[in-house]
Ligand binder design. Sequence first.
Ligand SMILES: [Fe+2]
Ligand SMILES: [Fe+2]
Length: 379
Amino acid sequence: MRLRADRTLVRLEVFAVEDTSAQVCWASLPPGPVRLEAAGRAVEIETRPGPGSVVLDGLPAGERLTLQVSGAIDSGGAPLAERSFTTLPPPPGALLGRFAAITDLHIGDTKFGILPTRKESGPAEAHPQRSLRAALAEAVDWGAELVVAKGDLTRSGRARQFDGVAGLLGAAGVPVHVVLGNHDVGPRAADPTAAFERTGVHYDPQPSAVDLDGIRLVFGHSSVPGRTPGRIDAHQRARLAQLVGEAAGPAWLAMHHYPQPLPFRTTKPAGLRSQDADPLFEALRDANPNTMVTTGHSHRHRLHRRRGVLVAETGSTKDYPGTWTGYSVYEGAIRQVVRRIAEPSVLAWTERTRSTALGVWGPYAAGRFEDRCFTELWS
Ligand SMILES: [Fe+2]
Ligand SMILES: [Fe+2]
């Protein structure tokens, strides 16, 4: 197909896939009506200046497909762009349920990044609040029956920040479980227990678990008051191994800090030291080989294995790419999809944060496609 060169078409990409859906995002599309189509499924939109996003549903599973973007048919239908992508294969067994995870909400932040630092002036509601509100709405609309927030809920753990985040999380319309991050347990942090109790958010300072159909969710606490790096001591390690080991089936463990490969940090911010992480992941693997771990803290998307256990780091709601993560629980597998928060004012903000760190932040935080969207088969 002959494509029309158009400088107003910027960074069009298929950002996320599941078995039958794809999220398409762009920094800019030509003004006017635009049609996005793959495998005969089409969405027509009237573009507006700046970034945007659509979801194509009803796609064939496990197939290499071509996204075709063109001017709308009734306006001539000039082809504009093509992108290839592959939908995930259909998982084994029946779909048992869906839940979502978010992380690094940082309620109270007013800016992001260095070189350059991005600040916002304009919208009455600050970008961390808007990002969280939209992430919850979009995850619940997708089908999440429960949401887990993996820490750095606030900028610095002040009481008014906890009140703010508790109010937003409590209004999600589904049960919400939280763990704390290093920013929530800083030197002058408040105790958030009462704020979460008031709005019905589940917060337990001890390791805990909740059972869903087909999976046990386990909540670990890696944050140490007054310190950036994480720690899981032998006592908590044993308790977490017990909780995943007592699951009737697979287990999914959420904590704030990612495991470092070495005893010292090789990237910022420091995570869980390898001398803590290695015995933890060995204990989890031995207690329940069908366990996956998910973390935050790094504000990036990265998939790796530690001592044979799958580890999915996911990014912040409030800086590029600005995401929430959906989990579809099947009888024989779990599928992760990372979607960009599509609310226009959030996309406008997260696109601005992409170019921080001299332009390195964007690709670093987004990670590879396969870091974000995958199916893990249980043994
Ligand atoms: Fe954070
Ligand atoms: Fe953190």
